[in-house]
Ligand binder design. Structure first.
Ligand code: NAP
Length: 438
């Protein structure tokens, strides 16, 4: 009989990494050794490598790391990482809650390395098929393809989807496959190659008005002296993110109960009211630095970098000599053409990658709305399916962020395996019970 995992995780970013840690610590309490594995499309662990811009920092406190809010005594806290790296004292001297993103990526990679034997990198999950016994769903078969084109099939009793966001592309760019047009998630690495080919001046457009767009705009205008850059945003102005303390309480894991208990209408209203904590907003200090840069341009009468606010890209025409953007002013409908050599789409992410994957479960899947413990409603099923990071509509704005990882992973682990049983023999008994059905 082929190996059947207790659960299989699709994606191995921070969500499923936190889950791997919570699973390990849960089993240490109960003595059982669950059989779990994770499939990750990337060839190695990396957290938003395309947005590792020099000098960019976290916007979430390091105390909201992979474990602290669940178990401050965990080996996988950010503080323990610092201690192991020999930088704890130096970090204290920096006096910040917001480490460099580069350091946070190193922290996550350090933690991920301990789960190497559970993780299959370089595998793209293509389908999830039901495993049935007398019409009852008893598990799933996950089909993936590796870099060499080889297909793999793995069986699992339960499934946890934690795939992160999918780059969102504005309609005007639909169907255009041009290496000079990239998404913000590909920025670091791709932009250097694109601009290195050009000894002479280059024109770059950054589309969007959120944190990614602002960080990229600052980076491209300061790091590449040969670049003339333009920022194109639909809003009237760059707006600051609200991270004030009372508002920040909406990101407390304990707030999720409150949100979940509300009606769909109330939740939609809350999401809209607090959208400016997270979406289409920029850290105030960065806004001020960008404003200062434009002011100095005026002073020096050299206005090479531009901001097209209240504007959208209506049409895109590519040719050997560049990319022509037809920009439409949203106030009066007037248009103008802006020609560039490269475009960065800092236009955010969609979170619906799980829809096509779950289509194969057919009638067993009642709806795509999870319960409080992130579990989907399945009919006639012993199997459980969980969603991580795509439950904003039901669990609130914190769901796509790092803030809730540690606590959410414990909720999922306890939903799959039950409460920790406390002694090794009972733990083993529990594991056998959970995995024997297949
Ligand atoms: P975002 O906040 O969702 O912003 C996307 C931007 O793209 C918005 O300005 C949006 O404009 C625009 N946009 C979306 N669709 C568009 C379209 N079809 N045409 C034109 N513009 C369009 O995405 P993000 O900036 O990538 O940020 C995502 C998350 O990552 C946030 O939580 C952010 O805080 C985080 N982040 C963190 C850091 C850091 O830790 N230092 C760095 C970068 C990002 P509208 O407002 O008009 O919709």
């Amino acid at each position: 009989m082929s190996l059947v995992y207790d659960y299989l995780g699709v994606g191995f970013g921070p969500s499923n990494l936190a889950l791997a840690i919570a699973t390990q610590e849960h089993s240490e309490l109960g003595g059982a050794q669950p059989r779990v594995c994770f499939l990750e499309k990337k060839p190695a662990f990396n957290w938003h490598e395309g947005m590792l811009i020099d000098g960019s920092t976290m916007q979430i406190s390091f105390l909201k790391d992979l474990a602290t809010l669940r178990n401050p005594a965990s080996r996988y806290t950010f503080v323990n990482y610092l201690k192991e790296q020999g930088r704890l004292e130096d970090f204290i001297n920096i006096q910040t809650f917001f480490p460099a993103r580069e350091e946070y990526n190193d922290y996550l990679s350090w933690a991920a390395a301990d789960f190497r034997d559970q993780t299959f990198y370089g595998e793209d999950v293509q389908a999830v098929e039901p495993l049935l016994e007398d019409g009852k769903l008893t598990g799933v078969e996950v089909i993936s393809q590796d870099g060499a084109g080889q297909t793999h099939r793995r069986k699992a009793r339960n499934l946890v989807l934690g795939m992160g966001g999918k780059p969102q592309v504005p309609a005007a760019f639909d169907g255009i496959d041009d290496p000079r047009i990239l998404h913000s998630s590909q920025y670091r690495g791709r932009i250097e190659t694109l601009l290195a080919d050009r000894g002479r001046k280059a024109r770059v457009a950054v589309i969007g008005g959120g944190q990614s767009a602002a960080e990229i705009f600052e980076d491209v205008t300061s790091r590449f002296p040969q670049v003339d850059a333009a920022m194109v945003l639909r809003g009237i102005a760059l707006k600051p993110s609200d991270d004030s303390p009372f508002v920040n309480e909406i990101f407390n894991p304990s707030f999720i109960d409150r949100i979940f208990a509300q009606s769909d209408e109330q939740r939609a209203q809350l999401l809209s009211e607090f959208r400016n904590t997270n979406y289409s907003v920029v850290d105030l200090e960065l806004i001020e630095r960008i404003y200062q840069m434009f002011y100095l341009q005026k002073l020096r009468k050299n206005e090479r970098h531009k901001m097209f606010a209240h504007s959208e890209v209506a049409e895109v025409n590519t040719s050997d000599t560049g990319i022509e953007l037809v920009l439409r002013n949203r106030a009066d409908g007037s248009t103008q053409v802006h020609k560039v050599d490269a475009v960065v789409l800092a236009t955010g992410y969609s979170r619906d990658q799980h829809h096509p994957l779950l289509a194969g479960l057919g009638d067993h899947l009642e709806s795509l709305s999870p319960d409080r413990h992130y579990r989907l409603n399945l009919t006639n099923s012993d199997s459980k399916i969980y969603l991580q990071g795509c439950c904003e509509n039901s669990h609130g704005l914190s769901d796509t962020l790092l803030s809730v990882l540690a606590v959410r992973s414990q909720e999922v682990v306890e939903s799959v395996f039950g409460q920790p049983v406390g002694d090794a023999a009972a733990g083993e008994e529990q594991r056998v019970r959970l995995t024997s059905a297949l």
